[in-house]
Design a binder for this molecule. Structure first.
Ligand code: FE
Ligand code: ZN
Length: 510
């Protein structure tokens, strides 16, 4: 004991990781680590992997326990003081419903697959980093469930998120993204999740939900976000470490890694479409527009910064990035209109943006909102004024790769739908974009197996042929779906807030 006290953090780290590793003598390295060759990546020296954090398990557990203690104190206080009544509006929670249904299950998938990497990577450095991230991701899953469970007592849409993640159409977008990643090889997974998801796109994925929480009075989610942030910075560093390690180990790795960056940029970018709709339309109090977030975090920081650094290794900006840039004025509007049209089959509610929100959207999107999207909302509002509500009748065609309904438009022409297709083994497959078609064409045998929600309904695998049967199979209950105005959440919210002054005055009088 006396000896370990004298070791520096760095020495302790190496004693507890590198020094506990050994070379196998009665099985070959190939037998011990059978999954790190088939992708074509060449690693000459696993010891070159440097973990910049050098956390030991005991230090790691101490930090995490401290963070959990703080988070759970906030959760208790919020629950006891009926903090949910101080949210900006009940409809804000639609963003968190999407988060719990769409993102929390990804944390669990990440936990499982980093656990697999913690066994299967050859070097002790990356194995240990993967182990820590695996534990982090399980903690994220649990703390997110606990954070949002308080709202589940009072609001719809939060009760069957894990079943919904596996079944509901819009959730197949994030689910299929992660299914794709965990069924890839270990190095591709590291680029897909560690680099693309955690590093390249994190400010467009995770951060918007947490900023939305802080702007809309959701103290628990904001505290969870802070609690996760220090883990995220470790994960981002792991992602960057992973890509640099692969690029430095062998020149032959460069084109392989470039292919994965190209694929996973577009794959991840398509998942952010849901976030774009959330950011511009679901938050009663806006943080920043999707366009602003995209310009600041992606164009300036990633393209202008990171990819300038990666140039040194021969890495170029992701393929199809120009299409993502061209879409920044259109994306959120096209996505939210789709969610609005189909929210009878979603576990959240949607509504026409209020006058103030429409003015904000026009200001944020001067080139597109008033010309292309405001007329739609005017029409939807006119239908409501006439006592109706527009819902799309029928099922949309889905993109075979990203599984989003085919709602995106031709590059440079916001009035024409973009449609691409490929024929594989005599069968036709459709895509929303050049990016998704390109991804399919390089691995068609993978994507022909996709579980396409609309196809599954047509094949009779989703509870039955009618909408009520499908909704029952989805686990959607009364009050989860449809229009926000007049929904159970809306009526409860009004009742709770209407009774507040009355309760206060009675207390004073007595
Ligand atoms: Fe996480
Ligand atoms: Zn697509």
């Amino acid at each position: 004991m006396a000896n370990t006290k004298k070791l520096s953090m760095k020495q302790r780290y190496s004693a507890l990781t590198r020094d506990l590793d050994w070379e196998s003598s009665y099985v070959s390295e190939e037998e011990l680590f059978p999954h790190t060759k088939f992708e074509g990546i060449k690693i000459h020296d696993w010891a070159k992997w440097e973990d910049p954090f050098r956390l030991t398990i005991d230090a790691y557990c101490k930090y995490q326990a401290e963070k959990d203690k703080r988070l759970y104190a906030v959760l208790d206080g919020f629950a006891q003081s009926q903090g949910h009544l101080t949210l900006s509006d009940a409809r804000y929670l639609n963003a968190m419903k999407l988060f719990l249904q769409g993102v929390t299950p990804l944390e669990y998938q990440a936990h499982r697959h980093f656990g697999y990497l913690a066994r299967h990577l050859n070097g002790p450095g990356p194995r240990f980093a993967a182990l820590c991230q695996s534990i982090d991701e399980l903690r994220h899953t649990q703390t997110e469930i606990h954070t949002l469970s308080n709202y589940n007592k009072y609001y719809g849409g939060l009760h069957s998120w894990s079943k919904m993640h596996d079944r509901v159409w819009y959730l197949s977008v994030p689910k299929s993204f992660f299914d794709d990643a965990i069924s890839a090889g270990p190095f591709e997974f590291l680029i897909a999740i560690g680099f693309s998801f955690e590093y390249l796109l994190t400010n467009l994925l995770f951060v918007p939900f947490m900023s939305g929480a802080s702007f809309n009075g959701d103290l628990p989610s904001m505290t969870f976000g802070f609690s996760a942030q220090s883990d995220e910075s470790r994960h981002m560093t792991l992602g960057l470490e992973a890509i640099k390690f692969l690029l430095e180990q062998d020149e032959g790795n460069v084109p392989i890694v470039q292919g994965w960056i190209d694929k996973w940029f577009w794959r991840g970018y398509r998942v952010t479409a849901l976030v774009a709709g959330m950011l511009d339309y679901m938050l009663p109090r806006k943080v920043m527009s999707w366009k602003e977030a995209f310009e600041l975090y992606f164009e300036e920081q990633m393209l202008g910064g990171l990819f300038k650094d990666l140039e040194f290794y021969g890495i170029t900006p992701p393929r199809h990035v120009e299409h993502a840039i061209a879409e920044k004025d259109l994306l959120s509007h096209q996505v939210y209109w789709t969610l609005y049209s189909f929210s009878f089959a979603a576990a959240f509610t949607t509504t026409v943006p209020e006058a103030g929100e429409r003015a904000w959207l026009a200001e944020q999107y001067p080139d597109t909102f008033n010309t292309f999207y405001k007329p739609r909302w005017d029409k939807a509002q006119a239908i409501i004024d006439g006592g109706g509500r527009f819902f799309f009748q029928g099922l949309p065609q889905l993109c075979q790769t990203c599984q989003i309904p085919m709602v995106f438009t031709e590059p440079g022409d916001p009035t024409t739908l973009c449609q691409r297709h490929s024929v594989y083994r005599g069968e036709r497959f459709d895509f929303c974009s050049d990016g998704c078609k390109w991804i399919f064409d390089r691995e068609p045998e993978k994507y022909v197996q996709a579980w396409m929600p609309v196809h599954q309904i047509y094949q009779g695998n989703c509870g039955g042929p009618s909408v009520p049967e499908v909704l029952a199979w989805y686990g959607i209950q009364d009050g989860d779906n449809g229009e926000y105005t007049g929904s159970l959440d809306h009526l409860d919210w009004r009742r709770w807030h209407a009774s507040e002054p009355a309760v206060a005055s009675t207390t004073k009088e007595s």
